[in-house]
Design a binder for this molecule. Structure first.
Ligand SMILES: Nc1ncnc2c1ncn2[C@@H]1O[C@H](COP(=O)(O)OP(=O)(O)OP(=O)(O)O)[C@@H](O)[C@H]1O
Ligand SMILES: [Mg+2]
Length: 257
């Protein structure tokens, strides 16, 4: 037994002749949140895809909660995919327009026994937990705002009590004030449930809101990693300093302002 959720060392990912992750190291203790920040194309989503098991590492050691993602058996991945949940960036395209929210959540809970009536209490309690109301389980995705849909996507990711959650740019499509509300919600859920999370964004201020640690990716390499406060107080790499300078959310500014 280990208290590490992530033990990633020397991870390379290559597509054809292009290497998009170079020797990435990440360790994350259970119950902690690591923020991953970096500009577009730096390899953030690729790292996420490796961790959910949809992209194969080209080299390195990748262990998630004791599962070796480099040398795994195909059959063990079914269970793994329930234990590790990704909250998508765009909940509109990932929520089925023909299913009510209740049906979508019931199916997440149990794809075989997926009647809403089988899971009504759990669905109602999660809708409340993410700031919605139980009666909304009867509505369809188009009847919600972008922020509300993101709340539904969070509920869907967490309702099956996963061991590890990856949120990839989940606030980038939202207005700044709605973004702040979603971050508050995540921070609150993280506190109360003690979940282990990877939180990805190109915005350092957003990452800082919900993370204990930060990993800065630049052109597929980790250029800086450490506790949030340290990175803010004493950034070592020029790219991190540039992110802090460019950041309207760095100290002195309010994200919601
Ligand atoms: N399946 C693939 N085949 C070839 N190249 C890919 C593939 N997936 C990603 N890439 C390339 O890998 C690099 C990293 O992409 P990735 O999506 O991980 O970046 P990102 O940091 O998530 O960017 P963004 O902030 O825009 O979401 C990019 O240059 C991208 O074009
Ligand atoms: Mg991405």
């Amino acid at each position: 037994m280990t208290d590490l959720m992530l033990d990633v060392r020397g991870l390379d990912v290559t597509f054809g002749s292009t290497t998009v992750l170079h020797g990435v190291d990440v360790t994350l203790a259970k119950g902690r949140t690591v923020g991953v920040v970096g500009e577009s194309g730096s390899g953030k989503s690729t790292l996420a895809k490796v961790l959910v098991g949809s992209v194969r590492p080209s080299a390195g050691h990748v262990d998630v909660d004791g599962v070796d993602l480099v040398n795994h058996e195909h059959t063990s991945m079914r269970r793994y995919r329930r234990r590790v949940q990704m909250i998508p960036q765009d909940p509109y395209s990932s929520l089925s327009p023909r299913r009510t929210i209740g049906q979508t959540l019931a199916e997440a809970i149990n794809p075989i026994r997926s009647r809403v009536s089988d899971h009504r209490d759990l669905i109602a309690s999660w809708l409340e937990r993410v700031g919605l109301t139980p009666d909304m389980m009867h509505r369809y995705p188009h009847e919600f705002s972008g922020g509300q849909r993101q709340r539904i996507a969070i509920a869907r990711g967490l309702i099956i009590d996963p061991d590890f959650v990856i949120a990839d740019e989940i606030t980038s499509a939202l207005d700044v004030s709605v973004q702040a509300q979603i971050l508050e919600l995540l921070a609150e859920i993280k506190e109360s449930l003690g979940i282990t999370m990877m939180f990805i964004s190109h915005n350092l201020a957003v990452v800082q809101r919900v993370s204990d640690e930060v990993l800065v990716l630049y052109q597929g390499r980790v250029v800086e990693a450490g506790p949030v406060e340290e990175i803010y107080a004493n950034p070592q790499h020029w790219y991190t300093r540039r992110l802090l300078d460019a950041d309207p959310g760095s100290p002195g500014f309010s994200l919601a302002g």
